[in-house]
Design a protein. Structure first.
Length: 512
């Protein structure tokens, strides 16, 4: 409180100045005690002419301006060790999956993610090269700790740890754009103008709340539509070795599908293939309704891992809007290899052919985010390419993916070498949802064609040397007669579209 006999030279303290209401009240009370009567000085009763009031108002204004200039307090750690792909930081506490950055002396910075901890030390995986990081470099958290907002002013606090993590742009503004794993544009078309963001980890859907797979989805490929019919919300794997035509088949599906939105995740591919897929395979027509997330092989393992999660998060956003999304991820094996690099770098022991256990835990966590949403929402129909080393279908990643997916399409190298494109091996391929979304007539026709195709392949050597006598096997006689017609039905040019109704008519004509 200011005494009635306070002089004009009394200087207020900072603590008194910060309490604006108390200070003004105190001044007003002091003025009321010391103010002369109206007869003596009528102007002193007006606050606008009160010298005490004017001084306090000016002082408080200066304090407000100074407070705005004060930088917020930041807690920083320090880098104490860099070994291979891992940086060790101390002096800062952050959760697993938290994002941080290390300022460099040249003005740049290296962003990293917390992938583990050892006692009080954090294990960080950088998103880019660590060139320029010096011993003792500071580490700052990129996550802002929000205080509880007032009910009438703020939004409710984020309750999940994933919601408090970094958010990335999603939504319609990404259509027709090519971005990297951090949401930065790669197509030189300017920044992404959107305020809609989402974390990399989506919310888990109650399996009892998911809508069942009830409708077929047209992918524009005759062999798949007729023999391996795909349902909306189904997850399939495309199993093949290198150079068998996976990317071309994915581009055909992206170009001719009836899905509302296409999300393409190019994970761990060569940089040259990224441009070829966008310009030559996907084309302007396919790109117009697509979002491409590119994390090529030359980026860090963390960015490859993040690219797959980001592509899935974009698809989840469109699904929540009620749209039917086609998610194409090339490849699931590169995703597993990126997780293997991180796990081995932080000391996790290898289990199966060099793959740590965390790899086989990450795969279903990623795949289960796709599929149908709750009733009334949209769907995510996903195709994941799986590289089989040496065309070995018992590769640990291929075997694990086969168990968690709703079907698998196998590309045969022998068919590709003979000029049979797409090189789909209908004997080894299967769609687990086909019997729920197709008619009995369709299933019978597809089964008959598969039997004819298989019967001919089993007796191909006998037929080639002339050892087979016509009439010995009636079904084989039909298979020999229709061999060329069946091969023509299963083949398709890259520029040719084959929609569902036409595929069913051709299937019926082929087996009739």
């Amino acid at each position: 409180m200011i005494e009635p006999n306070a002089t004009l030279d009394a200087s207020p303290t900072l603590a008194e100045a910060l309490n604006n209401d108390a200070a003004v009240t105190a001044v007003a009370d002091a003025d009321a005690v010391s103010a002369p009567t109206d007869a003596q000085s009528p102007l002193t009763t007006d606050l606008t002419n009160n010298v005490h009031h004017q001084r306090w108002q000016s002082y408080l204004k200066d304090c407000r301006e100074l407070i705005h200039l004060v930088e917020p307090l930041e807690v920083a750690g320090r880098i104490v060790k860099v070994t291979g792909l891992i940086m060790v930081a101390t002096g800062i506490k952050m959760p697993i999956g938290g994002a941080c950055y290390i300022p460099l002396q040249d003005g740049g910075r290296v962003e990293a993610e917390v992938v583990g901890f050892d006692g009080e030390n954090l294990l960080l995986m950088p998103q880019s090269a660590v060139d320029g990081v010096v011993p003792g470099a500071k580490v700052f958290s990129m996550e802002i700790t929000e205080t509880l907002p007032k009910p009438q002013f703020g939004r409710p606090p984020r309750r999940r740890a994933q919601d408090r993590a970094r958010h990335f742009p999603v939504g319609d503004a990404l259509l027709g754009r090519v971005v990297d794993a951090a949401g930065n544009p790669l197509d030189n078309l300017g920044p992404i103008s959107t305020e809609v963001t989402a974390p990399l980890s989506g919310r888990v859907i109650n399996p009892l709340m998911r809508a069942p797979i009830e409708e077929p989805m047209d992918v524009g490929v005759r062999a798949i539509n007729a023999m391996l019919t795909v349902g909306r919300g189904q997850r399939l794997g495309l199993f093949a070795g290198s150079g068998v035509g996976k990317s071309v088949l994915l581009g055909m599906m992206a170009r001719y599908t009836t899905a509302d939105v296409i999300v393409v995740g190019l994970i761990g591919e060569r940089g040259r293939e990224v441009q070829e897929f966008i310009e030559q395979i996907l084309g302007p027509e396919g790109l117009a309704r697509s979002v491409v997330v590119a994390a090529p092989a030359d980026v860090s393992a963390l960015m490859r891992l993040q690219g797959a999660n980001y592509a899935t998060a974009i698809a989840e956003r469109f699904r929540s809007q009620g749209k039917n999304v086609l998610l194409i991820m090339d490849s699931l094996t590169r995703y597993a290899m990126a997780q293997r690099e991180i796990a081995l770098a932080i000391g996790e022991p290898p289990a199966t052919k060099g793959y740590p256990p965390s790899v086989f835990a990450k795969l279903p966590a990623l795949v289960e985010r796709t599929g149908n949403g709750a009733r009334g929402e949209g769907s995510i129909t996903a195709f994941y390419t799986v590289l089989t080393e040496g065309d070995d279908q018992q590769d640990p990643i291929a075997d694990s993916a086969r168990a968690i997916l709703d079907g698998h399409i196998v590309l045969n190298r022998t068919l590709a070498e003979s000029g049979h494109y797409p090189a789909i091996d209908i004997e080894q391929s299967i769609s687990r949802a086909m019997h729920n979304i197709t008619s009995k007539e369709h299933q019978q026709a597809a089964r008959l064609l598969k039997q004819l195709y298989s019967r001919y392949l089993r007796n191909q050597d006998l037929i080639a040397v002339g050892a087979y006598q016509p009439g010995s096997d009636p079904m084989l006689d039909v298979a020999i007669k229709k061999r060329d017609q069946i091969n023509a039905f299963l083949q398709q040019d890259i520029d040719e579209s084959a929609y569902m109704q036409a595929c069913l008519q051709q299937l019926a004509q082929t087996v009739s």
